[in-house]
Design a protein around this ligand. Structure first.
Ligand SMILES: Nc1ncnc2c1ncn2[C@@H]1O[C@H](COP(=O)(O)OP(=O)(O)OP(=O)(O)O)[C@@H](O)[C@H]1O
Ligand SMILES: O=C(CO)[C@H](O)[C@H](O)COP(=O)(O)O
Length: 411
């Protein structure tokens, strides 16, 4: 986090965000901020002798303030895969904090820091068992701390965040999280608490239908983790009431929802391999303009298979159009089916608009780069990649708008 190095009585025009010091500001990382005193003419002086805490404000460089993105989904619904795609859009690899807890859930890259909200479990595995609550139950999570820490990071100050250890089921000693350019909070509840929700600059919900969730869980937990079919069924059933009560309702607040359903191209398909994926995009969200197919606002149905796109059974179908979602006006882009050849995706990409690419073919390039990630041959990978590009664009717009904002003091 860069600090404002203003040593005159006038504020640097790029530093427009001013807030009162809180306990966390004045803690361990006090040296990261510069304290200024406001005088009667509403100008600012750097800290000098006679400084008394209540009369000082913390000034952070607005252009460097952290943009906060929320990603909500149930466990095993593709959050990690989405995060890898997002990080890749910004370049560089995301890694756990160097020299830290090997069981840390955090991933850090040059631009992004992804924190997992499981770290705000207030009850460890034993505690939840004793109280008979699941991790999805708000009573097993500390929303006050989540709010305080996300807010503090957003204001440009580092925090000591707890770690929930998925290996031991215990709460480990905290780890230091420094303010990144983009903070992603991913997990079960990024939009559950209104205070946390209000801190989000953009929010996404991964809505995986029960049939597909089940197919993915079986694939992962049976093949990779040696669980039995019965135990997977039992674990999904046990979580369902709390999922319905506390996780699923968050999708009404999301700016973008990626909904994953069984295909409609194969009658009575229950294999869950071919997917129908919807990208539901809220209208009127600042710095976010929904993607469209051919003609903005029209209703379109498109089968791109033919000379320019190779399709084997059951083919590919795109639809696009306006709709309503939890009372909000939205645009919905849908893809049913899967790609045979990813290099031909450029044909589809060239018919999509508002995809926030920096050069022709960037979506296709990203998809080809990660062709081994789950979902790369269908709408899950395509829409996750597009949302990654939209987040980059949103971030750049926010930074640009902040550096143009006139200085305004909030005492
Ligand atoms: N788009 C996809 N298409 C097919 N399978 C997928 C897709 N996304 C995820 N999966 C399957 O689901 C599993 C979980 O994915 P991922 O690790 O990204 O989810 P997660 O939400 O981060 O899970 P957890 O919270 O349990 O760590 C993957 O191993 C894969 O089997
Ligand atoms: O839903 C979950 C996170 O996405 C987990 O079930 C929750 O965090 C509890 O984890 P564990 O099973 O390791 O105790």
């Amino acid at each position: 986090m860069a600090i404002c190095t203003v040593y005159t009585t006038q504020l640097n025009p790029t530093c427009s965000s001013i807030s009162k010091p809180s306990k966390s500001h004045l803690g361990f990382h006090q040296r990261q901020v510069v304290l200024y005193k406001r005088n009667s003419t509403n100008t600012y002086r750097p800290r000098s002798s006679g400084f008394s805490r209540p009369s000082y404000s913390i000034i952070t460089c607005a252009a460097d303030q952290t943009v906060v993105i929320g990603l909500a989904a149930d466990s095993g619904c593709g959050k990690s895969t989405f995060m890898r795609r997002l990080t890749s859009v910004f370049g560089g690899a995301a890694e756990p904090p160097r020299g830290g807890n090997p069981d840390s859930n955090t991933l850090i890259s040059d631009t992004t820091t992804v924190i997992c909200l499981d770290d705000y479990h207030s009850l460890d595995r034993t505690g939840r068992k004793e109280k008979g609550v699941t991790a999805l139950d708000p009573r097993a999570n500390n929303f006050d701390l989540m709010y305080e820490q996300v807010k503090t990071i957003k204001e440009g100050v580092a925090v000591e965040k707890p770690i929930y250890n998925h290996v031991t089921g215990l709460l480990d000693p905290p780890e230091l999280i420094k303010p990144p350019k983009i903070l992603v909070i991913e997990g079960l509840h990024p939009m559950y608490d209104e205070r946390v929700r209000d801190l989000l600059d953009f929010s996404i919900y991964l809505d995986i239908s029960n049939e597909v969730k089940f197919a993915w869980k079986i694939q992962r937990d049976m093949a990779e983790r040696g669980h039995s079919l019965e135990s997977i069924k039992a674990s999904i059933e046990a979580r369902k009431p709390d999922f319905d009560a506390y996780i699923d309702p968050q999708k009404q607040y999301a700016d973008a929802v990626i909904e994953v359903l069984p295909t409609q191209l194969i009658p009575d398909d229950n294999e869950g391999k071919v997917l129908r994926v919807k990208l539901i995009m809220k209208e009127g969200v600042q710095y976010f303009s929904p993607v469209y197919l051919f003609d903005e606002g029209s209703t379109i149905s498109w089968i791109p298979c033919g000379r320019k796109l190779t399709c084997s059974y059951p083919g590919i179908k795109f639809t696009y159009g306006p709709d309503s979602y939890y009372g909000h006006e939205v645009s919905v882009l849908e893809m049913d089916g899967q790609f045979d050849r990813l290099d031909e995706l450029i044909y589809v990409e060239s018919h999509l608009s508002n995809i926030s690419t920096k050069f022709y073919g960037e979506v296709t390039q990203q998809m080809l780069k990660h062709s081994d990630f789950p979902g790369s041959n269908n709408g899950t990978g395509l829409f996750q990649t597009i949302i990654g590009l939209k987040i980059r664009d949103l971030y750049e717009q926010i930074v640009a708008s902040r550096s143009q904002t006139p200085v305004e003091a909030k005492a």
